[in-house]
Design a protein. Structure first.
Length: 132
């Protein structure tokens, strides 16, 4: 190896060492930032959950009527679905040919006043937010 090649190799090794130190330093910074970010993410989840609870309370107080603010309109809608909590209790008439509960028939039967053991109607609510 020539002296010139040795000098270039040494210079390259210095650059590699510099990049390694920079990489290590940035890795430490990233780890530090991530450790600070995780509590913020958790706090954000908690705040979103609290806002959702407050909105639901608000709709209970206003009997589900829309609420308008300067920037948003909040309204509520509901949907119903059949929750089959025990397949083995369901009468066979409420199964489809693929041997799964026929939720449409179960819902009709429950709505008609029949007692369908193993299922009930589950009402779900969701909040709609519409920007004004």
């Amino acid at each position: 190896m020539t002296d010139e090649q040795k000098l270039k190799l040494d210079a390259l090794q210095v650059r590699i060492n510099d990049f390694q130190r920079l990489f290590d330093l940035n890795s430490e910074k990233i780890t530090s930032i991530e450790s600070k970010l995780n509590p913020i993410k958790e706090q954000s989840k908690t705040l979103k959950s609290n806002i959702e609870k407050i909105r639901l309370e608000q709709f209970e107080i206003t009997d589900g009527e829309s609420v308008k603010t300067e920037f948003y309109e909040f309204s509520q809608s509901s949907s119903e679905s059949v929750d089959v909590y025990n397949d083995s209790d369901l009468p066979k008439q409420y199964y489809t040919t693929t041997i799964k509960p026929d939720k449409v028939a179960i819902k009709k039967a429950i709505k008609a006043g029949e007692d369908v053991s193993g299922a009930c109607i589950d009402t779900k609510y969701k909040i709609k937010v519409k920007e004004l």
